[in-house]
Design a protein around this ligand. Sequence first.
Ligand code: ATP
Length: 90
Amino acid sequence: YCLQHQDNEYSSSSGEVLEDFLARGIINWGTPVSRILDKGMLFIQQARTTETSGLVSVLLEGPPNSGKTALAAQIAKNSDFPFVKVCTPE
Ligand SMILES: Nc1ncnc2c1ncn2[C@@H]1O[C@H](COP(=O)(O)OP(=O)(O)OP(=O)(O)O)[C@@H](O)[C@H]1O
């Protein structure tokens, strides 16, 4: 599910959230985008390996609306793992 609103409204399923973020696709406008997507594929492989716990944490830092969530959604889509967006008050 997706907890998108502070009023505890569960707005859409994992697949619908992905479609929202990726409706127009990801524009690969330069090295920062391609590097994050490439590293995302490595993290997916890492999460799939049986030697690890299957839990991989990644911090994407950047200004508001710079595309952090869109890139996380694209990596989730590439992985076939579910995408869950959780919004906090801060
Ligand atoms: N590389 C990209 N290609 C296509 N669309 C993009 C790209 N980067 C950002 N966008 C679009 O810009 C908008 C803002 O991006 P997004 O919500 O991912 O930013 P954010 O960094 O997570 O923002 P915030 O920190 O405010 O949560 C979205 O509509 C997203 O789809």
